[in-house]
Design a protein around this ligand. Structure first.
Ligand code: NAG
Ligand code: NAG
Ligand code: NAG
Ligand code: NAG
Ligand code: NAG
Ligand code: NAG
Ligand code: NAG
Ligand code: NAG
Ligand code: NAG
Ligand code: CU
Length: 567
C-alpha cells in the first residue's frame, strides 16, 4: 500500500507538470471528470531541410497527452481553427453506448468544419493502459495524433514490478509534401502513394536523414533502473519494427490489455497498435539507439527503408559518444513478426465466447479497377482499390450513425455479405480462374448484428494483387485473437487458443494468411472496421458493423448530443 502511494505521487507529479496546461482540475481518485481543450491549428515546422505547415492539436507535434485513470469521464472541447475538416477518433476507447463520440468522419459524425466546435464526451469504463487519439478524416492523422495514458484505479498496482519511470514513444511517418494535397493527387491519379520522406519517433526522424542530426528524440536512463515504454504506432501506411540496441524488451501489455510477460529483442507494430514494454538499463554506460524500421510484406511496393533513430542514453555517457546500432529484422522478415505474435497471451485466462451466433468470413485485399479515363497511374494503368468480401467501401455523404438512428433512407444498405460470393484459393488463385480479374464492386453496405450476438470473424488475406499483412482495426470493441495462420483458413486444421488469447483492437492479419477473432456484440452503434493503412482505407478496405439496441436500459445507444456537426 505504501508503495502504491509513492507510485501514485510519482505519477501525479509527472501528470501535473506534463498535463496541467491541457486539462482542468478533476477530483483525484476514481471516476474524475477531466476536461481538455483541443484546438486544431496549423504549425510551421522545419524538418529534413524543409519548412512547411502541418495540422496539429494546440500547435504541438505529437499532440497533447490525455492522462487519465480507469473510470474517468473525458470531455474534449474541440475547436477547428484550420481550413480543413477535422474529427478525432479515440483509438481503443470502447465508447460504451457513446458511439456518437467515436470520431470517424461519415461513419459516426459529420466533419467538424472550419470554425466549428464539438464536445467529445466519454467514459474510460473498465479500460486502462496505453491508447491514442488521432484524426479520422482525410489523411490528417499524418500529423494529428497523441497518446492516451490511462492509469489503473487508485490503489491498483500494475501486475509487474513497478517501473522507475515511463516514456511515451509514438512512431510516425512524415511527408515533405502537404498531406492534403498529396492525398488529393494520389486519389485522383488512381496510383500508389509515395513512401514517407522519413519515419519519426515522437516527431523526430533522428540522425539518418538529411538536416536531421539534431532532430533526435532522447531518453536519459540511469543504470539498473527499469523503464516502461508506451509504444504507439501512428504511422499512416507502414508497419514497423522497433528495437533498442543490446537491450531486451519485455512485452507486458498490448492494445491496453495486460499480457503474460514476453521477452523479445524486437517488436512489430502495425498502425493502430499499442504496446507496453519494460526495459532495464542493464548494459555498460553508453548511448544506444532505439530504432524504428520498415516491415513491408507486400511485393513491388516502394517504401522508406531508412530507420528513424532515437537515443537511449545512459546518465554519465560521454557526450557525442558513438551510438550503438540496434539490430532490426530485414524489411520482409515475416517470421520475426510471427514470433512476436506467438508470444502475445492474455495475462490471465479469459472468457472467450465458445459457441457462436454469427460466423463471418471476410476477405481483405487490394484490387485494381479499370481506369475510367486514360491516365490512371495504378498497376496495369488501372485505378487502385481495396475491399472486404470484394466490396470497396464508399464513404456516404452523411454520417451513417445519423442515417441509421434517424432512419434516413438512401445512405447505406444492410446487405454486407457474411461470406465471399465464391470460395477459391484466395492466397494463390484468381477469382473464376481469370488472372486479370482484379476488379472489386463498390458500395456502402453494413452488416447488422443483434445485441449480444457472439461473433466469430475470420479475416482472410487475398493475393488478388499482392498478399500483404493488413492491420485491421475494429471500433467500439476489443476482440480475442483466437487463431491465425498462413495460407487459406481451413476449419479442419486451424488451431484456436480459447484459454488465454490476447485481447486487441487491431490485428495484423498475417501476409497471405488469416486471423480469427471473437467478441460479443454488446455495444450498440455503427462501428467502423477497416484497414489502418490510410491508403487502403481510402481505397475501400473497410465496412461497418451495426449493432442493434438490446432490451435493457443499459443496452441502448444514448441519445445524440445536441451539437452534432452537420454535413
Ligand atoms: C478506487 O477504486 C478501487 C477499486 O475499485 C478502490 O479499491 C479504491 O478504494 C477507490 N479509491 C478511491 C479514492 O475512491
Ligand atoms: C469550447 O471552445 C469554444 C471555442 O474556443 C469556446 O467558445 C467554448 O467556451 C469552449 N467550451 C468550454 C466548455 O470550454
Ligand atoms: C486524368 O484525367 C481526368 C479527366 O479525363 C482528370 O480529371 C484527372 O485530373 C486526370 N488525372 C491526372 C493525374 O492527370
Ligand atoms: C540527402 O540529400 C541529398 C542531396 O540533396 C540526396 O541526394 C540524398 O538522397 C538525401 N538523403 C536522404 C536520406 O534523404
Ligand atoms: C533501400 O531503398 C533504396 C531505394 O529505394 C534501395 O536502393 C536500397 O537497396 C534499399 N535498401 C535496402 C536495405 O532495402
Ligand atoms: C500504361 O500507359 C502508358 C502510356 O500512358 C503506356 O506506355 C504503357 O504501355 C501502359 N502500360 C500498360 C501495362 O498498359
Ligand atoms: C469482384 O467483383 C468484380 C466486379 O463485379 C468481379 O469482376 C470479380 O470477379 C469479383 N471478384 C471476386 C473475387 O468475387
Ligand atoms: C468503383 O468506383 C471506382 C472509382 O470511382 C471506379 O473506378 C470503378 O469502376 C467502380 N467499380 C464498379 C464495379 O462500379
Ligand atoms: C467538409 O465536410 C463537409 C460536410 O461533409 C463537406 O461538404 C465539405 O466539402 C468538406 N470540406 C472539405 C474541405 O473537404
Ligand atoms: Cu490494408
Amino acid at each position: 500500500m505504501a508503495n502504491s502511494g509513492i507510485w501514485l505521487l510519482t505519477w501525479l507529479i509527472s501528470f501535473l507538470c506534463c498535463a496541467l496546461h491541457v486539462m482542468g482540475a478533476g477530483r483525484a481518485g476514481n471516476g474524475s471528470t477531466r476536461f481538455f481543450d483541443f484546438k486544431v491549428q496549423t504549425l510551421r515546422v522545419t524538418k529534413l531541410c524543409n519548412t512547411k505547415e502541418i495540422v496539429t492539436i494546440n500547435k504541438r507535434f505529437p499532440g497533447p497527452v490525455i492522462y487519465a485513470q480507469e473510470g474517468d469521464r473525458i470531455i474534449v472541447n474541440l475547436t477547428n481553427e484550420t481550413p480543413y475538416n477535422a474529427t478525432i477518433h479515440w483509438h481503443g476507447v470502447r465508447q460504451r453506448r457513446s458511439c456518437w463520440f467515436d470520431g470517424p468522419a461519415y461513419i459516426t459524425q459529420c466533419p467538424i468544419q472550419s470554425g466549428q466546435t464539438f464536445r467529445y464526451e466519454f467514459t474510460l469504463a473498465k479500460q486502462k493502459g496505453t491508447l491514442f487519439w488521432h484524426a479520422h478524416v482525410s489523411w490528417l492523422r499524418a500529423t494529428v495524433y497523441g497518446a492516451i495514458v490511462v492509469y489503473p484505479k487508485t490503489g491498483v498496482p500494475y501486475p509487474f514490478k513497478r517501473p522507475d519511470e515511463e516514456h511515451i514513444i509514438i512512431l510516425g511517418e512524415y511527408w515533405l509534401k502537404d498531406i492534403v494535397q498529396l492525398e488529393r493527387e494520389v486519389m485522383e491519379s488512381g496510383g500508389i502513394p509515395p513512401p514517407a520522406d522519413a519515419f519519426t519517433i515522437n516527431g523526430h526522424p533522428g540522425p539518418n536523414y538529411n538536416c536531421s542530426a539534431n532532430d533526435v528524440f532522447e531518453i536519459q536512463v540511469v543504470p539498473t533502473k527499469t523503464y516502461l515504454l508506451r509504444l504507439i504506432n501512428a504511422a499512416l501506411n507502414m508497419e514497423n519494427f522497433f528495437a533498442i540496441a543490446n537491450h531486451k524488451l519485455t512485452i507486458v501489455e498490448t492494445d491496453g490489455e495486460y499480457t503474460k510477460p514476453f521477452v523479445t529483442e524486437r517488436v512489430m507494430l502495425g498502425p493502430g497498435q499499442t504496446m507496453n514494454v519494460l526495459v532495464t538499463a542493464d548494459q555498460p554506460i553508453g548511448r544506444y539507439s532505439m530504432a524504428m524500421g520498415p516491415y513491408m510484406s507486400a511485393k513491388h511496393v516502394r517504401f522508406q527503408n531508412i530507420s528513424a533513430i532515437a537515443y537511449f542514453q545512459y546518465l554519465g555517457a560521454v557526450p557525442h559518444t558513438e551510438t550503438l546500432p540496434a539490430k532490426l529484422p530485414s524489411f520482409n522478415d515475416n517470421l520475426a513478426v510471427m514470433t512476436v505474435m506467438d508470444g502475445l497471451r492474455s495475462l490471465n485466462p479469459v472468457k472467450v465466447p465458445k459457441t457462436m451466433d454469427v460466423n463471418l468470413f471476410v476477405t481483405i485485399g487490394v484490387n485494381v479497377n479499370k481506369c475510367a479515363s486514360n491516365n490512371c497511374t495504378g498497376l496495369k494503368n488501372g485505378t487502385m482499390a481495396a475491399s472486404m468480401n470484394n466490396i470497396s467501401f464508399v464513404n456516404p455523404s452523411l454520417s451513417l450513425l445519423e442515417a441509421y438512428y434517424h432512419k434516413i433512407d438512401g445512405y447505406f444498405t444492410e446487405d454486407f455479405p457474411g461470406a465471399p460470393l465464391k470460395f477459391y484459393d484466395f492466397v494463390n488463385g484468381a477469382p473464376n480462374n481469370i488472372p486479370n480479374d482484379t476488379q472489386a464492386m463498390n458500395g456502402t453496405r453494413a452488416k447488422v448484428l443483434k445485441y449480444g450476438s457472439r461473433v466469430q470473424l475470420i479475416l482472410q488475406d487475398t493475393g488478388t494483387v499482392t498478399t500483404e499483412n493488413h492491420p485491421i482495426h475494429l471500433h467500439g470493441y476489443s476482440f480475442y485473437v483466437v487463431g491465425y495462420g498462413t495460407g487459406n483458413y481451413n476449419p479442419q486444421t486451424a488451431k484456436f487458443n480459447l484459454v488465454d488469447p490476447p485481447y486487441m483492437n487491431t490485428i495484423g492479419v498475417p501476409v497471405g494468411g488469416w486471423a480469427a477473432v471473437r467478441f460479443v456484440a454488446d455495444n450498440p452503434g455503427v462501428w467502423f472496421i477497416h484497414c489502418h493503412f490510410d491508403i487502403h482505407q481510402s481505397w475501400g478496405l473497410g465496412t461497418v458493423l451495426i449493432v442493434k439496441n438490446g432490451k435493457g436500459k443499459r443496452e441502448r445507444l444514448q441519445r445524440p448530443p445536441a451539437n452534432m456537426p452537420r454535413c
